[in-house]
Design a binder for this molecule. Structure first.
Ligand SMILES: Cc1cc2nc3c(=O)[nH]c(=O)nc-3n(C[C@H](O)[C@H](O)[C@H](O)COP(=O)(O)OP(=O)(O)OC[C@H]3O[C@@H](n4cnc5c(N)ncnc54)[C@H](O)[C@@H]3O)c2cc1C
Ligand code: FES
Length: 262
């Protein structure tokens, strides 16, 4: 099926890299030509046959390669991600994507990208895509030592990067918001963020009166079913009324989201 470039695709698992028991990267190659995703867009992925679990799971690519293969950074949190973690090279998977609206082209003097946990994925993709167009800085926050192999991996090389960890075991102690407090943010900076909801809620307070409201974008998560705007299973409250994370987002202006009602 096709909708705004979104298609249902068969794909094959090319490689899987295990960073820890519950954190891995999976590289899949779609079997047909498909639209190239932009940072912020995502795919629904299903690596099992049948209807148990019923729904595919949404993931934002961390990298896209010239041959069309897509890398996803996945943290095991439940049944679907556990099954995906058991995928082997050569296995067939199903994809729907690219879904959703991407981050707009950067327009600030510097692009500050804040990623927490697996929210790092779209931020690293954005960094690699835009770093030659606008000065960019990637600030990531990870829970602790189980992320060490990821932080030292090839993926993170050649990156203007600052790492924070909750327990101080990797990089500096703190979260990406610690960076904003300690290093400051310029009025002409553009800020994009993706991560746990607590981090995104706190971001507003850290940035207030420091950057222009229209220069701050967040990528949100919601539980999803169709991924293409048809089922209304992923709506969130915004200042413009209810919006579908899968089709109107997942990228929203920070000022549009009704944070108190989330
Ligand atoms: C646009 C988008 C991009 C995403 N990108 C990534 C990514 O790059 N890497 C990654 O590891 N994960 C990503 N996620 C989250 C990922 O989709 C969920 O972790 C996954 O669907 C969980 O499936 P499960 O069957 O393992 O867990 P379940 O058994 O379904 O749930 C386990 C726990 O996780 C919570 N949960 C499940 N799905 C979501 C969700 N969508 N949002 C918030 N909480 C959820 C549940 O409430 C429950 O507490 C993304 C989600 C969205 C919406
Ligand atoms: S998941 Fe169906 S409308 Fe968003």
């Amino acid at each position: 099926m096709t909708m705004n470039g979104t298609r249902d695709l068969g794909a094959i698992v090319l490689e899987k890299f295990q960073f820890s028991d519950e954190l891995f990267m999976i590289r899949v190659l779609p079997e047909e030509d498909s639209s190239i995703p932009l940072p912020g867009q995502f795919y629904l992925l299903k690596s099992w046959e049948g209807f148990d679990p019923l729904l595919s799971r949404p993931f934002a690519p961390i990298a896209v390669h010239e041959n069309g293969s897509l890398d996803f950074l996945v943290k095991v949190v439940g049944r679907g991600t556990k099954i995906i973690n058991s995928s082997i090279e050569g296995a067939k998977v199903k994809l729907r994507g690219p879904c959703g609206k991407p981050f707009p082209a950067p327009s600030g003097q510097r692009l500050l990208l804040l990623g927490g946990s697996v929210g790092i994925a779209p931020m690293l993709f954005a960094y690699k895509r835009y770093k030659d167009i606008v000065p960019a800085k990637l600030v990531i926050g990870v829970p602790g030592g189980e992320w060490e192999n990821f932080c030292k991996s090839e993926l993170m090389s050649d990156t203007n990067l600052e790492v924070f960890s909750d327990d101080g075991s990797i990089g500096r102690s703190g979260t990406p918001l610690t960076f904003l407090t300690e290093e400051g943010v310029g009025t002409d900076d553009e800020v994009w963020a993706c991560g746990p909801i607590g981090m995104l809620k706190a971001l507003g307070g850290s940035l207030i009166h420091k950057v222009r409201e229209d220069q701050v974008y967040v990528s949100l998560e919601a539980r999803m079913a169709c991924g293409i705007g048809g089922c209304l299973g992923c709506v969130i409250p915004t200042t413009l009324g209810n919006r579908r994370v899968c089709a109107d987002g997942p990228v929203f202006r920070m000022s549009e989201v009704s944070w108190d009602e989330l």
